[in-house]
Design a protein around this ligand. Structure first.
Ligand SMILES: NC(=O)c1ccc[n+]([C@@H]2O[C@H](COP(=O)([O-])OP(=O)(O)OC[C@H]3O[C@@H](n4cnc5c(N)ncnc54)[C@H](OP(=O)(O)O)[C@@H]3O)[C@@H](O)[C@H]2O)c1
Length: 283
């Protein structure tokens, strides 16, 4: 079985590529800018907004890992068209997000889940919670403010999130792609603890020996902060919606789906921080 991976250069997709490769599964790694890769990985050009790239990119892959199109209201339509144009693909693993199942059917990300479920393909949905790696790898969500001003900028109050390590998401993806019994199932992949941003800031500060603190922005301040990125308004709106969900408590629950899938405990903030925020480990 060859697996085609969308978002193969991203925080999650990159680790899915590595984890599948380590498990001996041939991979086609899709990106708008495919680069060098080891022998077992075929880098392929793919752009959701250039349909002429789709068929050649997927090639003969029997399974796909999709992360979908964030902050695009037409995502479900585009993904339906994409799956219709890939008759050789039998198996779809969709990376959605924790809590999406609670959204109304017409909400963009829930509509994507439904599009995959109604595609006629065998499907599994993985719903990770907020990634720990956003703190050092997502420039505009948290990483830049943390690096430049030691601010963990998040309008979250005392709400909690059971953050997911992207490595756990990748390990869960390998399990559902390589083992039988996961068709028609959705799994919510969370970390083992539900934390406020204030608690996260304390751990990052202690591990990095830097004066990192949580800045609890109002929605208006948060909008201005995200607008500095120069990203489209749809992305800014999407981020503010996500924080609204956090404040409503949607991101707090902890599940044991990861442990049940892989037999391993999920990774902690402390483990992530040790690996990434120790002064000797920071790049
Ligand atoms: N971040 C979180 O905390 C979090 C938590 C739960 C769920 N999720 C879900 O995870 C997804 C984001 O994954 P991520 O954080 O791993 O991504 P990411 O690090 O933001 O990377 C984005 C990826 O998308 C690719 N991409 C962007 N525009 C594209 C286009 N037009 N056509 C094809 N590929 C395109 C990029 O590839 P190139 O630039 O190389 O083309 C890159 O690989 C979202 O759907 C979100 O709902 C995220």
């Amino acid at each position: 079985m060859t697996v085609w991976i969308e978002g193969a250069t991203g925080k999650a997709g990159r680790r899915v590529v590595d984890a599948l490769t380590a498990a001996g599964v041939p991979v086609r790694a899709a990106s708008r800018h495919p680069g060098e890769a080891p022998d077992s990985v075929t880098p392929v050009r793919f752009d959701w907004y250039d349909e002429t790239t789709w068929a050649a990119s997927v090639g003969g892959a029997e399974a796909v890992f999709l992360k979908g199109l964030d902050s695009d209201d037409n995502a479900a339509t585009i993904i339906t068209r994409f799956l219709e144009a890939a008759p050789a693909v039998q198996r779809v693993v969709l990376m959605s997000a924790a809590g999406v199942e609670q959204a109304p059917d017409h909400a963009a990300r829930r509509a994507v889940e439904l599009a995959v479920q109604n595609s006629g393909k065998r499907w599994t949905i993985l719903r990770p919670n907020w990634f720990l790696q956003n703190f050092n790898e997502d420039e505009w969500v948290f990483a830049r403010a943390l690096r430049e001003t030691n601010e963990l900028y998040a309008g979250s109050g005392k709400s909690r999130i059971s953050f997911t390590d992207t490595q756990d998401l990748a390990d869960a993806a390998v399990t559902v792609l390589t083992e039988a019994g996961h068709d028609g199932h959705a799994y919510t992949i969370t970390g083992p603890e539900s934390l406020t941003f204030g608690e996260v800031a304390k751990v990052l500060a202690k591990t990095s020996s830097r004066p990192i603190r949580h800045v609890d922005a109002t929605p208006a301040e948060h909008r201005k902060h995200f607008e500095k990125s120069g990203r489209p308004t749809a992305w800014v709106d999407h981020m503010l919606d996500l924080f609204k969900m956090v404040r409503a408590g949607v991101s707090a629950p902890i599940t044991n789906d990861f442990e049940q899938l892989t037999g391993k405990p999920s990774r902690t903030l402390a483990a992530y921080a040790e690996e990434t925020w120790r002064p000797t480990n920071q790049r």
